[in-house]
Write a protein that binds this ligand. Structure first.
Ligand SMILES: [Zn+2]
Length: 448
């Protein structure tokens, strides 16, 4: 007897052999995958059966870097002088928003973000929240939304010393508090980590402090790295070092570190990343939006640096992000061979798990792993979908709207596009109400 059986599906396992199984079945019991095989299950009657005939069964997507609260900025008609570079984007859009955020805004943004993630096939994300006026206790509010949705999240408050040193330590203490609390409660779907905004907004003292805590609690540590040129210039001017050189010299880099972006890194810095075992979260759509440049991801692949895929708070549909990564490096290198469909898909699945040390639990469909599975029905695909074509279809055809069913830890969160864990209309209402107030504070709309 098993809890759940998915039968007749085209299974893209993303296991070690990257096996693709036609007409396959996946059996799930007590939240974990117990069998993946071709043909019928044939071992008694499961509690629940999902027939995936003509559909793709694949691991839930993993978003390696996001800011859920970015959702509230979507479409905001900010009345600011248009930024001319990344530093001005931070100064004129993101940082004023950080200042205006309340804990309830954080909750509202997490609620709507989880809804959009689930509806488009993402089952795990790594989020960092920033808001100097909403620090203490904010991760509990974000966790409440994630808990409600049924998906998985790795949460952190993004420590920065933009205003004062005390702000950096308060942000870090919020992470420590949350990590201790989560451990006591043994909540597994929601986890904590440490986060530093970027090297140009923190001191060496904060680096040392956070590094020590991440090692003590054995949780990941993430930091924006070499996203825009401001990072590089700051470190040159103050320390005479490139960004990765400084991070390495302060002893920050280790296998538990996830570096978001790494756009402005040279070959020597990549060698340091490789040597220290640090990993990279690539955010192609955000990099395009902010016009910061193109991360040398193909070089990272060739050096064996693990690269996951993030949205950086911009477009939450993981399939759009996969496609963007697939295309961006071809045009940047003017080489259509630059990145294969499988490499693009790996970033959003098994590599994403690897970034956070979860490769033995998540990121692929294989016995023993947690049952985070999505079923995709690209009903309008113009050409046959079979084992040889399916990965090409995932990268070139599938959209988030094609995701029919989402399962996390064996629980069905969405079935035939109907949400079972959340009230969609209510989540939209809560988010819009929060966004309206936030936009008023930012002067984006007239006060009513
Ligand atoms: Zn970011």
């Amino acid at each position: 007897m098993v809890d759940l059986l998915i039968k007749n599906g085209l299974i893209v396992t993303m296991d070690g052999g990257r096996r693709i199984i036609a007409d396959g079945s996946v059996a799930v019991d007590d939240g974990r995958i117990v069998s993946v095989k071709r043909g019928r299950w044939g071992k008694g009657k499961p509690d629940e059966v999902i027939d995936a005939r003509g559909k793709i069964v694949m691991p839930g997507l993993i978003c390696s870097h996001t800011h859920l609260y970015g959702m509230l900025l979507r479409g905001a008609p900010l009345k600011v002088e248009p930024p001319t570079d990344f530093a001005q984007i931070l100064q004129r859009a993101w940082w004023p928003m950080d200042e205006a955020m309340t804990k309830e805004d954080a909750y509202a943004s997490a609620l709507i973000s989880c809804l959009e993630f689930i509806k488009t096939g993402t089952t795990l994300f790594a989020d960092t929240f920033s808001g100097p006026n909403a620090i203490s206790g904010v991760l509990d509010r974000i966790a409440a939304a994630v808990e409600q949705s049924g998906m998985r999240g790795i949460l952190a408050f993004e420590a920065t010393e933009r205003h004062t040193h005390a702000e950096g330590s308060r942000g870090t203490k919020e992470n420590e508090r949350f990590i201790c609390k989560i451990r006591k409660e043994r909540v597994r779907r929601v986890q904590g980590m440490f986060s530093i905004h970027a090297s140009f907004t923190v001191s060496d003292e904060l680096f040392h402090y956070v590094r020590e805590l991440a090692s003590r609690y054995k949780v990941p540590l993430t930091i924006h790295t070499s996203e825009g040129l401001a990072d590089l210039y700051h470190n040159y001017e103050r320390f005479g070092k490139r960004t990765i050189e400084r991070l390495n010299d302060v002893g920050l880099l280790a296998p538990d570190v996830v570096l978001a972006h790494c756009v402005h890194v040279n070959d020597d810095e990549l060698t340091i990343i490789k040597k220290t075992g640090a990993k990279v979260a690539h955010n192609p759509m955000s990099n395009m939006l902010n016009a910061v440049g193109v991360a040398p991801v193909v070089k990272m692949f060739s050096m064996g640096i693990p690269v996951g895929l993030g949205n950086d708070g911009y477009i939450f549909d993981g399939f759009e992000n996969i496609r963007a990564a697939f295309l961006l490096h071809k045009v940047a290198l003017r080489d259509p061979r630059a990145i294969s469909p499988m490499e693009a898909l790996e970033m959003a699945t098994i590599r994403g798990a690897e970034l956070y040390g979860l490769q033995n639990e998540l990121g692929s469909i294989e016995p023993g792993k947690l049952a985070d599975i999505i079923i995709v029905n690209p009903a309008l695909a113009p050409t046959p979908i079979h084992p040889e074509s399916v990965v090409g279809h995932i990268v070139n055809t599938v959209d988030g709207d094609d995701v029919e069913t989402v399962i996390v830890g064996g629980n069905v969160l969405m079935r035939d596009r109907k949400m079972l864990t959340m009230d969609e209309a209510e989540a939209v209402k809560v988010a819009r109400k929060s966004a309206e107030k936030l936009w008023q504070k930012l002067g984006a709309i007239r006060r009513g």
